[in-house]
Design a protein around this ligand. Structure first.
Ligand code: NDP
Length: 315
């Protein structure tokens, strides 16, 4: 079995940033990309809020920059998906199974597996994804300024994104499938007070309309069964995220939604030598720049852990 100092799982901003720092600290990191090299940002269009790109940059291009930088620092980047972990012997090493077959060991593991947006599951939603359909208002809302948009969902994310969009768009149509918002009281109050957010209760999407771009949505009132069209240019889905953490949960504590828990002010988990960064542990901010920040923290935490371990071993 291959033995390494540090393995990073995931290739979004958190994983690549952890790799840059770990490589520069001479930890000779191995990074497994997962099934979607580059992560969620490879599925967005233009990124305008990542510092350092004054003219904006396409999401896939930015992630290619991250990848090249991590590689130039000496990261061994491998295409592969972690299907199992064994964190039962932290004093010795942690073992990862890649693609159900190969096993590899490391003293430190940095989990940066991110999260995936939940979708409604409509074929039209999938077809128009990236052409008017988005799961991130902060990423894509700017492209719809001055235009009407729909947002689906009634949780804190939907409310936060509806308010964000309401600053850019003349009207935000908010589709809520029940008769209540699930968001915190303060968010609910703000949404209800916004003059240009219209809430449609008991309403679900039948189909997103448009050929090459979104032109509207056909919706249904779940009580009356009535169907009608709402013309819009942007269709935002904010019905929650799913952290990609399933494989780790037999060893690591997670909250009820699956986000991995870390110790206060650090990326440490309750298992020595296992660190978590990015959206796998953050359900509040979920930005590329915050993920990159925690990726840096994870590499620094891993480096300190390995230094102390080596020091103690030499005593
Ligand atoms: P939530 O799970 O809280 O809410 C999801 C919303 O989407 C609900 O209104 C739900 O409706 C609706 N929904 C789910 N599936 C569908 C579907 N198929 N069709 C239509 N609507 C659907 O997710 P959030 O992302 O909003 O929040 C996740 C967690 O993160 C929460 O704990 C939240 O408090 C937290 N958060 C905190 C923030 C902050 O503090 N600033 C910001 C953002 C999130 P229903 O109620 O009927 O199930």
């Amino acid at each position: 079995m291959e033995q390494h100092k540090c393995i990073i799982i995931g290739s979004g901003p958190a994983g690549y940033t952890a790799a840059i720092y770990a490589a520069r600290a001479n930890l000779k990191p191995i990074l497994y990309t997962g099934l979607l090299p580059g992560g969620q940002l490879t599925q967005t269009t233009e990124v305008e809020n990542y510092p350092g790109y004054p003219k904006g940059i396409m999401g896939p291009e930015m992630m290619e920059d991250f990848r090249q930088q991590a590689e130039r620092m000496g990261t061994d980047i491998r295409f592969g998906y972690v299907t199992d972990v064994d964190f039962s012997n932290p004093a010795k090493h942690h073992i990862l199974t890649i693609d159900g077959s190969v096993q590899i060991a490391a003293e430190a593991v940095i989990i940066a597996t991110g999260a995936s947006a939940k979708w409604l599951g409509l074929p039209s939603e999938q077809r128009l994804n990236g052409s008017g359909v988005s799961a991130c208002a902060v990423c894509d809302g700017f492209f719809y300024r001055g235009k009407e948009v729909i947002i689906v969902g009634g949780g804190d994310t939907a409310c936060e994104e509806a308010l964000y969009l309401a600053h850019l768009c003349p009207k935000v149509h908010m589709l809520v499938r029940s008769d209540k918002l699930r968001a915190s009281q303060v968010m609910q109050a703000r949404v209800k007070a916004a003059a240009n957010i219209h809430i449609y209760w008991h309403t679900e999407t039948v189909e997103v309309l448009g050929d090459n771009g979104v032109t509207g949505a056909r919706v249904r009132n779940r009580l009356s069964g009535e169907e009608y069209d709402i013309p819009v240019y942007g269709f935002f889905v904010a019905i929650g995220h799913q952290p990609n953490t399933e494989v780790f949960k037999k060893y690591l504590a997670a909250d009820h939604e699956g986000y991995l828990l870390t110790q206060a002010d650090s990326t440490k988990t309750d298992i020595e030598g296992v660190f978590v960064c990015g959206d796998a542990q953050d359900k509040i901010y979920r930005q590329a720049v915050t993920a990159a920040g925690t990726g840096c923290m994870a590499a620094l935490d891993a480096e300190r852990y390995l230094s102390l371990k080596a020091f103690n071993a030499n005593q």
